[in-house]
Ligand binder design. Sequence first.
Ligand SMILES: *[C@@H]1O[C@H](CO)[C@@H](O)[C@H](O)[C@H]1NC(C)=O
Ligand SMILES: *[C@@H]1O[C@H](CO)[C@@H](O)[C@H](O)[C@H]1NC(C)=O
Length: 149
Amino acid sequence: MGSGLWHMLHVTNASDYGVSLQILRSVVLSLMPISSQFDLDGPVTGSVSIWSPHFFWLGMPMLINSMSNTEEKREKMSNATWNVFNGEISESKLLCQFGRPLLLLDIQSLSRNCGTWRTVDGMHYDGAVYEAAVHIILNALLIESHQKL
Ligand SMILES: *[C@@H]1O[C@H](CO)[C@@H](O)[C@H](O)[C@H]1NC(C)=O
Ligand SMILES: *[C@@H]1O[C@H](CO)[C@@H](O)[C@H](O)[C@H]1NC(C)=O
């Protein structure tokens, strides 16, 4: 899952984005097993298997304002707006940390490390960025499956 840039350009209301993230969070949480159900005395033994879906959040890429291909994008998708929207994501407590539901795929960090030659318009990045994100997903699933063995 992931959203942000589209909302930034077409809806242009960070509070509204925050409200949507809250709704998303409650939907995602409703799909997770309730940890307190498994909060038994002593270790869980036998054949109890705790199936839990894995959710990933596709972070927003770094925006290079000067490369934007329309005036509207240059205006609405500024670094300042990016920071406000990203702040809404932090505040939503969606991202995985202390039991939060989604693991962040930090596209900002990946795209920043790529530099400007990996994007034609300052927001759509080369496939290599997203391939790296796929590797992060696979590693996360691998780590998780080993932890359950
Ligand atoms: C922005 O979204 C918030 C929350 O949904 C809403 O209360 C507010 O009226 C919206 N602002 C504008 C300018 O549409
Ligand atoms: C964008 O904002 C971030 C965080 O505030 C800052 O570190 C970065 O230097 C800014 N980038 C530009 C191009 O202004």
